[in-house]
Design a protein around this ligand. Structure first.
Ligand code: ZN
Length: 348
């Protein structure tokens, strides 16, 4: 009961990349960079296990950004001529690569870090990929001319990588779809369909290993950066975006939904819309350096228990911890582990 896990990203050590940035520059180069990424992954596996987390991730140490890391292995994407676009309905500007021809995977995207994770943790492991709709919102399209067609093209590529991750021994594949919270009608109309295409077949046994994966989607209000904090101030006293998306997700084949809870204005009763799904409840705030106490975490679990059955509740962070300092992130991991343990004692 009350397993614990992180949404996905963790800060990169100062010897790997620039700190405190969403698109940090790598510091080592070539073979040194490849090794440094894996070293950082190993470091965070240890930190997550020491914090008592049940489901371990790679902390996204091998990708510069949660969307562009995947795109670097996709043929048809031009990284040499990035353009500036407004993303998430112009919430902030970003330099993004362009889609210039039909999309195809160049090869495996995350084999090295997924296999490292499997080799070095006996616990369940989770791997995150960007969701199709969020990718579409984070590139400039010069080729497909249609967001749905582009999303379905990305979904096919994501599915190929996800099935390979299943063969690598990954237990949960999670797709990150912060764009669902911005384009709610589109999410219900085609975003969930593209997501299901990306997750297709993961619940079936792998032909070689016989292993199955659980599938998850993470929907948040973004990293704790200024543009997001400013945006949240415009959303009013009740954030009801989930209300428009959750019914479509409840009807989908996706097993788990990761959502924001602590310190957010999301009415907790919206969690009840996810009947039949595992719910990853955000019990750690990523927009504040204040470290949660175990009591606060357990209190948040208690509020969620009014709407989520205990066997379906997983303790999670509201979003990734990438832009934070390592010290703060480590302390928040410990708070997450300790809070989940306290919740088990309290509510068992
Ligand atoms: Zn997030």
């Amino acid at each position: 009961m009350f397993e614990s896990t992180i949404a996905g990203s963790l800060p990169k050590p100062a010897w790997l990349a620039e700190t405190g940035k969403l698109w940090p520059r790598w510091l080592p180069e070539g073979a040194d960079l490849a090794q440094a990424k894996l070293d950082a992954t190993l470091l965070w596996i240890k930190q997550q296990e020491d914090a008592g987390l049940d489901l371990i991730g790679d902390g996204e140490q091998s990708r510069q950004h949660f969307v562009h890391g995947f795109l670097e292995q996709v043929e048809g994407i031009d990284f040499d001529h990035k353009v500036e676009i407004g993303i998430r309905r112009d919430r902030y500007k970003a330099m993004v690569p362009q889609v210039v021809s039909a999309l195809r995977l160049k090869g495996r995207v995350h084999a090295a870090e997924a296999r490292l994770l499997r080799a070095h943790s006996q616990r369940k492991i989770k791997f995150t990929l960007p969701g199709p709709m969020t990718i579409v919102d984070t590139v400039a399209d010069k080729f497909y001319g249609d967001r749905v067609a582009l999303a379905m093209a990305f979904a096919e590529l994501l599915n190929a990588e996800a099935l390979a991750l299943r063969a690598d021994g990954v237990d949960v594949v999670q797709f990150d779809e912060p764009a669902f919270n911005v384009y709610m009608e589109d999410a219900a109309a085609w975003g969930v369909r593209a997501l299901e295409r990306a997750a297709q077949g993961l619940d079936q046994p792998d032909p070689l290993t016989g292993r199955r994966c659980q599938t998850a989607v993470h929907i948040c209000y973004g990293y704790g950066i200024q543009a997001n904090n400013d945006w949240k101030k415009t959303l009013g006293g009740q954030w009801r975006q989930y209300e428009q998306i959750f019914p479509a997700l409840a009807a989908s084949r996706i097993d788990q939904v990761s959502l924001e809870c602590i310190h957010s204005q999301v009415p907790p009763e919206l969690m009840a819309l996810l009947r039949g799904k595992d719910v990853m409840v955000g019990v750690i705030d990523v927009a504040s350096d204040q470290i949660e106490t175990a009591e606060e975490v357990a209190d948040t679990v208690g509020r969620a228990l009014q709407f989520v059955p205990p066997e379906r509740l997983i303790c999670c962070t509201n979003c990734g911890l990438a832009p934070m300092s390592r010290q703060v992130a480590q302390a928040k991991l410990r708070a997450l582990g300790a809070g989940a343990a306290l919740a088990r004692q309290r509510y068992a």
